[in-house]
Ligand binder design. Structure first.
Ligand code: 3HC
Length: 301
């Protein structure tokens, strides 16, 4: 069934090579998914060789795990590994048809990255962004070809979560959007077209949900109580575990975006600001039996 709002699929362009800007966790998970499902070369870039090597190393390790589980054959694993490479030079994108960025969540950084990529790719190459909350229209505004920019928002863990939010910006053209839907289908995701609004749909809900839990801790609710209170709802993860999975810096960034957009509805947790400023990814840790405790270094902040 054609997703609501998707253009005719005959408008989609073929994708024979994928470029990924950023080689962090989301980017590396995406690289594996693109290589596995699209079976095309995927190039990861980042600002230094150590980051590029780490990203490619992550993909190779995950492929080894798939092979150990019998999900891919030994030959298949080697073929998959050969599809994923790293480069420091965006010229490696010159023959890519689809480039997606997953760099730091700041508009200026993303605009600069897209402007650099545009120097190397054809006028038809799709520029997709995995931003969690920023405006796709703003991201495209300084480009020569803003019509090729589209939001392509995955959820963590990328291999497992079925949803993909596809975001049409003010000037995104039908061929770009059709290509995004075709890629989403090839990745076996359930794609939905969402408006270019702060945090789109899912993060708007999740931010409120996780934010209220963390702010209730700021206000004095013991964290074990907050962590367990929602268990009877049968969620796959408690909000605090989810916060750790998403990563506190990302969650804080989205919360701040939402706070700017809707100050009457979205607050920003003081605790979260404190521990992210101290370079911590999460306050709470869980032992093997699932018992949570507060990171003593965070408690001392
Ligand atoms: N990477 C790859 N695969 C993973 C994984 C990971 N990090 N974590 C789990 N998996 C796989 C496992 O290998 C397993 O696969 P298999 O069945 O093929 O062997 C499968 O997922 C199920 O794993 P488990 O049995 O270990 O665990 P669960 O049944 O508890 O499921 C979960 C794990 C899917 C992560 C589940 O807890 C869940 O759905 N949690 C909620 C996740 C969520 O809400 N994510 C959205 C975050 S918001 C976001 O990302 C947006 C961003 O912009 C901030």
């Amino acid at each position: 069934k054609k997703p609501a709002g998707a253009p005719d699929k005959s408008l989609a362009r073929a994708v024979t090579k994928v470029g990924i800007v950023g080689a962090g966790l989301m980017a590396s998970q995406m690289a594996l998914l693109f290589a596995r499902q699209l079976k095309v070369p995927v190039v990861l870039t980042d600002i230094d060789q150590a980051r590029v090597d780490k990203g490619v190393g992550y993909v190779h390790t995950e492929i080894d795990k798939l092979a150990a589980k019998g999900r891919v054959s030994p030959d298949g694993a080697n073929r998959l590994k050969a599809l994923v490479s790293g480069s420091l030079d965006k010229a490696a994108f010159s023959d890519a048809d689809f480039v997606i960025e997953a760099v730091f969540e700041e508009l200026g950084v993303k605009q600069t990255v897209f402007a650099e990529v545009e120097e190397h790719v054809s006028a038809e190459c799709v520029l997709a962004t995995n931003t969690s909350s920023l405006s796709i229209t703003d991201m495209a505004s300084k480009l020569k070809h803003p019509e090729r920019v589209v939001g392509f928002h995955f959820f963590n863990p990328v291999a497992v979560m079925p949803l993909l939010e596809i975001v049409r910006a003010d000037r995104t053209d039908d061929a770009t959007l059709a290509t995004a839907f075709a890629v989403g289908k090839a990745l076996r995701k359930s794609s939905v077209l969402v408006k270019d609004a702060p945090a789109f749909v899912v993060n708007r809900l999740l931010t409120r949900f996780m934010g209220e839990v963390v702010q209730s801790i700021d206000e004095g609710t013991p964290f074990e109580v907050a962590d367990n209170a929602l268990e009877p709802l049968g969620l796959p993860m408690s909000p605090l575990v989810l916060l750790q999975l998403v990563g506190a810096p990302v969650a804080l960034h989205v919360a701040e975006t939402m706070n700017r957009a809707f100050p009457d509805r979205f607050g920003v947790s003081d605790n979260m600001k404190k521990f992210v400023a101290a370079g911590k990814n999460a306050v709470w840790t869980w032992d093997a039996s699932g018992k949570p405790s507060v990171d003593p270094e965070v408690q001392a902040l």
